[in-house]
Write a protein that binds this ligand. Structure first.
Ligand SMILES: *Cc1c(COP(=O)(O)O)cnc(C)c1O
Length: 874
């Protein structure tokens, strides 16, 4: 029978056990093994049965057992220690507290930062993520907590999260969406002092309203606010807005993103007002989905200070950071322009936020752009004064991808920087690894980016023993999962004896797990099945492969790839050497990375923006075998793993796959397996172990989320807070003057020209040590020299006269001639031999710009203008 109403009876803990409630509700337990030990000790069997979830554990332990524990003095003593430790963690000074005093001083660090993301992957017990983007957001919050960075996370609470994956008998992906009851999750409702739940409201077209309540997950020191539309105030249609992650129609998606962006800002305001938490000075949008937060803040400035759209835009931009996460066009959110017009215009148009201006923010006004489309990434870039990609390579790729928004600029000058992602070591490093490191080195390793060289001192035997233990743990775990999967596929126990011998704790283990979009090429390893079979079944140097990954429910192609892989691994002759484990999630990942010897990644370069699973693997002493894409392109050093050669430039995708797959097989056979099985007289693969140590020493300090979050604070959050304060001071005079100045510069720019360039000071044969004198005449129209910078760009030139890695130097205004032209001059020391070139250019300049490219305006000499002394000018 079906229940007509469902509610959850909350456990009431006996008074002496109350600290257990706090320990369960603060997700720090998810990266603090001692706290998990304490929960496990309450009832190990139940702990395992509830999937190591403290909230569910406390709900499942019988009342009489709790009553007995409340009298158990040894348990109470341990509880006091754990609670005290959490309290110290929450209140002590950390890295951030050593920065210039947050918020209170003109150049202090930001008082708070709001971090918006459509998904957060913190623990398997709070399944609100689909893959890398969410896990990264979770790691960002955890590292921020460890560092004492005052972040507030903002997201949505999806009633069904992302789907759970299983397989049909013939290997087709099956999807389930179990209902999540927020009362059974580590969440508390944000409430008013009188106990009523806080609520926010946003408008939809046709006078409809979308209400949401605000749940809070506590991630160490960091609150994470999750908006939930499944409440009685809403009509049935609006209740469904937060039903699931990345599902539904385009309109449904838009409603989610409006709730996240607009509702998210309102939730932050409400939360800060109710709790006294400082209001954020910086808003960070993790990918474009939350971009409407900028539109909402423009509305706020209009309402609170009467700012017009342009001035409000400047105030908002200064305090907004946008991170782009994908160079794959399909990964970027794009809406029908009409849909946006309907939602931000008509009866739902907000005062001070004309719909035409909103539409312009997302317009694809560049060559190849579609006029009928509203692009969330483009809006992200227009609403944020600072933007970044997530690895160096991805930063460069993004510059090229969005260069059309800065016409006239070389891609290298497009103002999109990069901060390479990192991973939260306490979450991802296996406990056995941490304990070995703590024993041999000391506890500080994973929180700090130093001390890693001490790993060289750990005895080879200890490292090898640990690797085997980790591999064996994975084999055990994989067998259980394999058996469970086959039961769901309809197999009876009698058929499943073989699963007890699947995989081997002494065989070289390669892991491959990730979402299954086509660019990640799940099935590249199947390109030549006989070759793969030979590697798996090699008589003396066999390999085994553990594979996992979910295809998006709407992606039939991805599901076919999963099926192809499953069908191959179902074959009797290889099924003990290659397994597909359904339902890849954080819990599986935590076993997978440590247990593998090699982590395989073979995306289509350069479509992997960063990739983080390889970083988590590396931190556990697993070696990377990867295409030089994302983070690996940056940190592969020739001996910390292997680079699969790419067939960049080969147009035919089939041929490219063939070439890259062959290179992969060759590497596995001749380098990877050869080295793994090359044992010395002591039985140890010493050259392999050298690589393991080198991986830890070279990558350990770099791949940490703490390094990443510090980079965000230093190079984006702190400058953004300073910028926002400059805009806000004296009743927003900065924002008003900057907006007025930009309008003036845009109006005058058609008259700005480089009229003439002369040079002298060197003869026909310039030599190193000569000085080149430059004289430049420019027209500035109605602008003044203080509105612009006139620069010389100089450096080596390539065969096509393009300046490579040019340096920039400003020229000085000297006087104005009778025609109204400005005369600038400067000199250049010729400090290296070889082909050399220079050019001059004029760009807007203002103290409140983050980069001179910000307005996308530039004036350069007309073709052929000013060529002097035979030096190439471009
Ligand atoms: C780390 C992680 C990912 C992201 O891995 P990529 O290498 O970036 O594809 C996806 N899912 C889970 C469960 C993870 O832990």
């Amino acid at each position: 029978m079906r229940a007509i109403r469902r509610f959850t009876v909350r456990t009431v803990l006996p008074a002496p056990l109350e600290p257990l409630g706090q320990l369960a509700m603060n997700l720090r337990w998810s990266w603090h093994a001692e706290t998990r030990d304490l929960f496990e000790s309450i009832d190990p069997e139940t702990w395992a049965a509830v999937g190591q979830d403290p909230v569910r554990l406390l709900g499942a332990v019988p009342t009489d057992k709790l009553a007995a524990l409340a009298e158990d003095r040894r348990f109470l003593a341990r509880l006091t220690v754990a609670a005290g430790d959490l309290n110290d963690y929450l209140t002590g000074a950390r890295w951030y507290q050593s920065l210039p005093e947050p918020g209170s001083t003109p150049d202090g660090a930001p008082a708070a930062i709001a971090y918006f993301s459509p998904e957060f992957g913190i623990t398997a017990a709070l399944p609100q993520y689909s893959g890398g983007l969410g896990i990264l957001a979770g790691d960002h919050l955890k590292a921020a907590s460890d560092l004492g960075v005052p972040i507030i996370g903002v997201g949505l609470l999806y009633r069904h999260g992302y789907f759970r994956q299983s397989l049909s008998r013939d290997g087709w992906q099956q999807e389930r969406y179990p209902l999540l009851d927020p009362n059974e999750l580590p969440l508390t409702l944000v409430r008013h002092p009188d106990g009523t739940p806080a609520r926010i409201l946003i408008g939809l077209p046709g006078g409809r309203e979308l209400h949401a309540r605000i749940w809070k997950a506590q991630v160490g020191r960091v609150p994470l606010l999750l908006l939930d539309s499944d409440i009685e105030e809403n009509e049935p249609f609006e209740r469904e807005v937060t039903d699931r992650l990345y599902g539904g129609t385009s309109e449904h998606r838009l409603h989610q993103e409006m709730l996240l962006g607009i509702g998210g800002v309102r939730a932050v305001r409400e939360f800060c007002a109710l709790t006294g938490h400082p209001q954020p000075e910086v808003f960070h949008t993790n990918e474009g989905h939350a971009g409407f937060l900028g539109v909402e803040r423009i509305r706020e400035y209009h309402e609170s200070s009467g700012l017009d759209f342009d001035a409000a835009l400047e105030a908002v931009r200064a305090g907004t950071v946008f991170t782009t996460h994908t160079p794959v066009p399909a990964g970027i959110d794009r809406f029908d322009r009409e849909l946006i017009a309907r939602h931000f215009g008509g009866d739902n148009e907000a005062p001070g936020v004309p719909v035409e201006r909103v539409l312009a923010l997302g317009a694809e006004t560049f060559p190849g752009g579609e006029p009928g489309v509203f692009n969330m990434a483009v809006m992200g870039l227009r609403l944020a004064q600072r933007a970044n990609g997530v690895s160096e390579l991805h930063g460069h790729v993004s510059q090229g991808m969005f260069a059309g928004l800065w016409p006239g600029f070389d891609p290298a000058e497009v103002p999109i920087g990069s901060i390479t992602n990192g991973v939260h070591a306490p979450t991802w490093v296996d406990r056995d690894v941490l304990e070995l490191a703590a024993r041999e080195i000391g506890p500080e390793l994973t929180e700090e980016a130093h001390g890693w060289t001490a790993i060289e001192q750990i005895p080879a035997q200890a490292v090898w023993d640990l690797r085997r233990t980790l591999r064996a743990k994975l084999v055990t775990e994989a067998r259980v999962r394999l058996r469970d999967s086959w039961r769901l596929r309809g197999a009876g126990d009698a058929e499943l004896g073989w699963t007890e011998h699947a995989l081997d704790p002494d065989v070289l283990t390669i892991g491959f797990a990730r979402r299954v979009p086509s660019y990640k090429r799940l099935t590249l390893m199947l390109r030549d099945k006989e070759r793969l079979r030979g590697l798996l079944l090699h008589p003396t140097r066999p390999i085994q492969i553990v594979v996992a990954g979910k295809a998006h429910p709407a992606d039939e192609g991805g599901k076919r790839l999963v099926q192809e892989l499953v069908k191959f691994s179902d074959q009797e002759d290889v099924r003990h050497r290659i397994v597909f484990l359904p339902d890849y999630d954080i819990a599986m990942a935590q076993h997978l990375y440590p247990g593998c010897d090699v982590w395989l990644n073979n995306p289509l370069r350069p479509l992997e923006a960063c990739g983080t699973s390889g970083m988590k693997a590396a931190l556990n002493g697993c070696l990377n075998l990867s295409i030089l894409d994302g983070w690996w392109d940056e940190w592969y050093d020739g001996s910390n793993g292997w680079a699969i050669p790419t067939a960049d430039g080969v147009e035919d995708p089939d041929r490219r796959d063939d070439l890259e797959a062959n290179a992969l097989y060759d590497l596995v056979e001749h380098n990877v397996a050869a080295r793994f099985y090359d044992r010395g007289p002591d039985g140890l693969p010493s050259r392999w172990l050298e690589m393991v140590r080198h991986t830890l020493v070279s990558l350990g300090p770099k791949v940490l989320a703490s390094r990443m979050v510090k980079d965000y604070v230093d190079s984006l959050y702190a400058p953004a807070a300073l910028g926002a304060r400059s805009m806000a001071a004296d009743e927003l005079v900065g924002a008003k003057t900057l907006a007025a100045w930009k309008a003036e510069v845009r109006g005058a720019w058609p008259q700005v020209r480089v009229d003439h360039v002369e040079s002298g000071g060197i003869g026909d044969a310039p030599e190193v040590g000569n000085t080149l004198d430059l004289r430049v005449f420019v027209s500035l129209g109605d602008l003044r020299p203080s509105d612009v910078e006139v620069q010389v760009v100089h450096g080596r030139v390539d065969g096509a006269d393009a300046i490579v890695d040019g340096a920039v130097a400003p020229l000085k205004p000297v006087r104005r001639d009778e025609h109204g032209r400005w005369f600038y001059e400067g000199s250049l020391a010729l400090d290296r031999t070889g082909p050399f070139g220079y050019t001059v250019r004029v760009m807007p300049a203002h103290a409140l710009l983050a980069t001179p490219a910000e307005l996308g305006l530039i004036a350069v000499p007309a073709d052929g203008e000013g060529v002097a002394d035979g030096l190439p000018l471009r």
